[in-house]
Design a protein around this ligand. Structure first.
Ligand SMILES: Cc1cc2nc3c(=O)[nH]c(=O)nc-3n(C[C@H](O)[C@H](O)[C@H](O)COP(=O)(O)O)c2cc1C
Length: 240
């Protein structure tokens, strides 16, 4: 058969058409949510800065002393400010703490708060208090080594008080992601910084509720990603 005969051209055309249809179907199918694999999400995130920041954010508990420039800090707080809130109520106060002496004093006091709590808890008699104290001291020394902290507060007197914890948590999420995008580590600290003691320490008015105490700084190192559940354990399509 002549290579360039009309019959050959027809067969080649049909084959090419089939190939294009197959490629298009595969591309469309892989975009369906049902077909999304954990690995595919990784590929989809590559090169999309916000998705990379989400995937690479880590809780950081030890920092270098390098300062965070004011410009970066304000960009991070602006991201928190742009979070969604119930009825656009924006019930936040961002208490920024940078004074090293204050942070060192907080470290000592937080250790006392913690040990007080341990001593008055059930089972205190069975614990090695010296060992507990030394572990907590190490945790606090590292956790309070960042140059900047934000006590993220929400206003109980806001218009929709039932929603202030959601509003606060969404702002904290934005803050942590913006910081990550700019190369900083953060954390969502709660347990070593109890609300009542923090209120007295920082003179926080009673109307504000503490959501978290969050460091911002250059990590000593980026921790590895802790084990995350398989996405398919968490996703339900359409209905239970
Ligand atoms: C509501 C909440 C409370 C948390 N409290 C603390 C805390 O008190 N101390 C701490 O070191 N980390 C705290 N974390 C951080 C978690 O331990 C951390 O997010 C989790 O281990 C997953 O690690 P990753 O953030 O690197 O993905 C808290 C996180 C959340 C969301």
């Amino acid at each position: 058969m002549n290579r360039f005969s009309p019959r050959f051209a027809l067969i080649a055309g049909l084959l090419l058409g089939a190939l294009i249809t197959l490629a298009a179907t595969t591309a469309l199918t892989s975009r369906r949510p049902e077909a999304t694999q954990v690995g595919e999400l990784t590929r989809a995130a590559a090169g999309v800065p916000v998705l990379e920041a989400i995937r690479n954010r880590r809780t950081v508990r030890a920092f270098k002393p390098e300062p965070v420039p004011e410009e970066d800090l304000m960009a991070i707080l602006e991201a928190a400010h742009f979070a969604a809130t119930a009825g656009n109520q924006q019930p936040w106060k961002f208490l920024v703490v940078r004074d090293r002496e204050t942070l060192d004093r907080l470290e000592r006091e937080a250790l006392d708060w913690y040990m007080e709590n341990v001593r008055s808890s059930e089972g205190a008699a069975q614990r090695d208090l010296e060992e507990t104290r030394s572990g907590a001291q190490q945790y606090l020394e590292h956790s309070l080594s960042a140059p900047v902290y934000v006590a993220l507060l929400v206003d109980r007197e806001a218009r929709y008080p039932d929603y202030i914890v959601y509003d606060g948590s969404l702002a904290a999420g934005n803050l942590m992601l913006a910081a990550r995008a700019l190369g900083y580590g953060t954390a969502f600290f709660t347990s070593f910084f109890p609300e009542q003691e923090m209120r007295e320490f920082f003179n926080i008015p009673a109307r504000y509720q503490l959501i978290c105490f969050t460091p911002i700084g250059v990590p000593q190192e980026w921790p590895p990603t802790p084990e995350k559940k398989d996405l398919y354990e968490l996703v339900v399509f359409e209905s239970f």
